[in-house]
Design a protein around this ligand. Structure first.
Ligand SMILES: O=C(CO)[C@@H](O)[C@H](O)COP(=O)(O)O
Ligand SMILES: [Fe+2]
Length: 228
């Protein structure tokens, strides 16, 4: 069992005028990585930022924080090289946004980034499965992508459980409405990379919330390894 618990705050809900400072604050509070939501106003009905912002963030906060790019964009192929050049570490694209996932996976790897593959709530996990052996991380969306602060979709958990049973060492990420109220469900199902936006960024004590989320997931991983 190679995977470990990792918490990645989504900075979408933070004060965007202070993005660099907010990223540093999350890392100081114990974040393992940063989840950066890129939205193009086409694949999802919202717009955030692109590679120029990522490049500025990388310069401002230094080489260490791991940037997981959640690419909620149509034609994800077009941003692979610019994101790699900007300092992204992982390029997580949506299965629904491309007709040739195999080629895109290859391009991401050749650009030196890790590969994440995301599915929206309406996409089955069986559609992702053929690619699972070629990716570093599967992202199971637990809200419809586009906005922070939505309600966690508990009915996505069977997808996580199935993936964990089929791919015991794959990194599995959940994203959307995840916080202290829903983390137990995610951890029991087998998720190990936890994106949390509003529950972490907008609370009074992000350090405690990050620690809580991490403890719950670490304990579930330990229990799973003892049960095997
Ligand atoms: O990708 C998305 C939304 O599309 C997420 O990363 C959210 O931004 C997470 O925020 P919360 O749902 O945790 O507030
Ligand atoms: Fe996201």
């Amino acid at each position: 069992m190679a995977y470990t618990a990792k918490i990645g705050p989504s900075i979408l809900s933070s004060d965007l005028s202070q993005l660099g400072r907010e990223c540093e604050r999350m890392m100081e509070c114990g974040a393992d990585y940063l989840h950066l939501d890129v939205m193009d106003g086409h694949f999802v009905p919202n717009i955030t930022f692109g590679h120029p912002m990522v490049e500025c963030l990388r310069h401002s906060i230094g080489p260490d924080p791991f940037f997981d790019m959640h690419m909620m964009v149509s034609r994800p192929e077009q941003w692979v090289k610019p994101m790699a050049a900007a300092g992204a570490n992982q390029y997580t694209f949506h299965l629904e946004a491309t007709t040739n996932p195999g080629n895109l996976i290859k391009e991401i790897r050749e650009s030196g980034m890790k590969v994440g593959l995301a599915i929206k709530p309406g996409t089955t996990v069986e559609e992702l499965a053929p690619w699972a052996g070629q990716i570093d991380m599967a992202l199971v969306m637990t809200v419809e992508p586009g906005f922070g602060g939505q309600k966690f979709m508990d009915d996505m958990m069977p997808k996580v459980s199935w993936l964990r049973s089929q791919f015991p060492s794959l990194d599995i990420e959940v994203d959307g409405g995840v916080g202290p109220d829903s983390i137990h469900r995610c951890a029991e199902a087998g998720a190990n990379m936890i994106v949390s936006g509003s529950a972490v960024v907008s609370c009074d004590d992000p350090r405690s919330v990050i620690a809580l989320l991490k403890n719950v997931v670490s304990e579930a991983i330990q229990k799973r390894s003892l049960d095997r």
